[in-house]
Design a binder for this molecule. Sequence first.
Ligand SMILES: Cc1ncc(COP(=O)(O)O)c(C=O)c1O
Length: 452
Amino acid sequence: MSDTKILLDESEIPTHWYNVVADMPNPPAPPLGPDGRPIGPDALAAIFPESLIEQEVSAERWIEIPEQVREIYRLWRPSPLFRARRLEAELGTPARIYYKYEGVSPAGSHKPNTAVAQAWYNRQAGIRRLTTETGAGQWGCSLALAGQMLGLEIRVYMVKISFDQKPFRRSMMHTWGAEVLASPTDTTEAGRRILASDPDSPGSLGIAISEAVEEAASRDDTNYSLGSVLNHVLLHQTVVGLEAKKQFEKAGDYPDVIFAPCGGGSNFGGVAFPFFADKAAGREVRLVAVEPTSCPTLTRGHFAYDFGDAVGLTPLLKMYTLGHDFVPPGIHAGGLRYHGDSALVSQLYHEGLVEAVAVPQLATFEAGVCFARAEGIIPAPESNHAIRACIDEALQCKERGEAKTLFFNLSGHGHFDMAAYDKYFSGELEDFEYPAQAIDEALHHLPQVEPG
Ligand SMILES: Cc1ncc(COP(=O)(O)O)c(C=O)c1O
């Protein structure tokens, strides 16, 4: 029998990140300023270091990973690729199922892959403090960890509903030395504006981003760091897909379909883009982003210019969006509650080069529990979305007698999400279909721009 874990040596950690822009048939639409004109790099300089701005606009296919970043990656990378034989047997499918496990990072997800890189570039630029937002807490933990390793102070605006639901994520951030605030706060103009209209606001990633950006823009020693969406974030995450390609080579296999949960798109881009390079060169591989029906950005959103945050402080990005003032229902996959999506993922989806599917909350937990009982690892609620879509495909393979190779990214473990599992077991979790009317309404709030 071939191996269950397909492992790489530390020396096989990629030396370069892969930039999908080099292989996109059309360049991504430029970010626009409030006047509707493309912004120059200067507009970002108040909150990002020059090196990351260069990566944001780069069309170079390969970008070298700094040696010190690779050295920190060695604490958990390369992450294992598993063949899910026990899950295959449980489902009785002829499909071969593989998953890459990013929960082996200290913070428990894929997010440190970019947190460490961003902290390093900021440190190089002489920055002392970083602000950020976090939803589920995975990103806040990752930046707290990276800040601790590279000597930066970190302040995290944590979406209030997660702040209340996930006290241990807060404890982790404190352990790594970060300061954590429940967003919306009354310490920023953006937070005060939201609280004035809704004192009980559960918060949203869009609101927390507004607060973190506002603070970073107002201080010279402070920059802002984003855990997803932006091109440089997706770039850093490609270590996942690059390692996976080597691991598939070792296994003597290649995926027919790849699934990844999609919030802002960094996890999906990270695992899928290196395979997109093959697709662009003519190889057949389906790349499927999986999102919640309660926050159906790609599957039901509008492809339009919109703000990345709730109150309109960021440049306008051309992306699938549910509207920047969208406050998603309090589902437990907190990392997937974002109104927009990466411009790169959005454009590839718009051009039909990647796919998207939305799955309801209860079905995702059912899939996660099935996976945990077969394979042992308890997945993060976000990861359960990919597992659901992968299991559905594996069951279709069973019906049709097809032995496809399926691959998903197990983006994180769910050890701090057990309250959500408890709710699932006690029947308290619900499905939530985002109402069509709310989606139509969002259209009216989109900024009106005529790209020049
Ligand atoms: C475990 C896990 N998986 C997936 C995601 C979605 O990530 P992205 O925004 O990169 O699409 C998150 C986001 O927080 C997460 O924590």
